[in-house]
Design a protein around this ligand. Structure first.
Ligand code: HEC
Length: 186
């Protein structure tokens, strides 16, 4: 084999090896991350949509909610949801949105009862989020709606009835008329 030929072959061989090695390196797992078990995904998969999609099966009454509220919520939000300087009011403020001092509460402002359920489960009570059972979340949601005179004292809420609740300010929001902008991929 001529020297020249040998050199060309050696070059080609080196090229091939580096190519394969490169591909292998990219295909190889990086040794980080792990497969997440379904049970663990479920702990974070908490989103409840405005139409009620994502609500778990369960129920709770205004009467049960009264006890949950007294024990777990009233200390901050006030016995009747009136709030104070440090903690937001959960009730009252109806008709105040157009005034010079709008009071944004569940009853005066929030458009969907399902959001109250989602927020309470994921974020309240403030010092122990996630500590309420599904039934307690239904019950305390029912009670906060009762404090806002949106449901009666005999109400029991479940995954089917909660999304049907008409919130007083549900038509108080307007769609943004600007078109959505999705940047094109280069
Ligand atoms: C230790 C005090 C504390 C307790 C107890 C507590 N909360 Fe709250 N809550 C807060 C604070 C602080 C905020 C405001 C959080 C923020 O804006 O990030 C809040 C916000 C809220 C909101 C949103 C209000 C709004 O209009 O933005 C709701 C609804 C709510 N709490 C419900 C509850 C319920 C139901 C309970 C009982 C299960 C509860 N909270 C217990 C302190 C508390």
């Amino acid at each position: 084999m001529s020297r020249r030929r040998a050199a060309v072959l050696a070059f080609a061989w080196a090229f091939l090896i580096s190519g394969t090695a490169g591909t292998r390196a990219n295909d190889r797992p990086f040794g980080v991350g792990r497969e997440v078990p379904r049970s663990e995904v479920a702990q974070s998969d908490l989103t409840v949509f405005p139409d009620g999609a994502g609500l778990p099966k369960g129920s709770g009454s205004v009467r049960e909610g009264r006890d949950v509220y007294a024990l777990r919520c009233a200390g901050c939000h006030g016995p009747k949801g009136e709030g104070d300087d440090n903690y937001p009011a959960l009730a009252g403020g109806r008709g105040s949105l157009r005034s010079s001092r709008p009071e944004l509460t569940i009853g005066s402002y929030w458009p969907h009862a399902t959001t109250l359920w989602d927020y309470t489960r994921r974020a309240m009570p403030y010092p122990q989020p996630g500590s309420l059972s599904v039934g307690e979340v239904y019950a305390v949601t029912a009670y906060v709606l009762y404090l806002n005179a949106i449901v009666s004292e005999s109400t029991v809420l479940d995954e089917r009835s909660l999304p049907k609740i008409d919130m007083p300010n549900k038509n108080g929001f307007v769609r943004d008329s600007r078109p959505d902008f999705t940047p094109k991929r280069p």
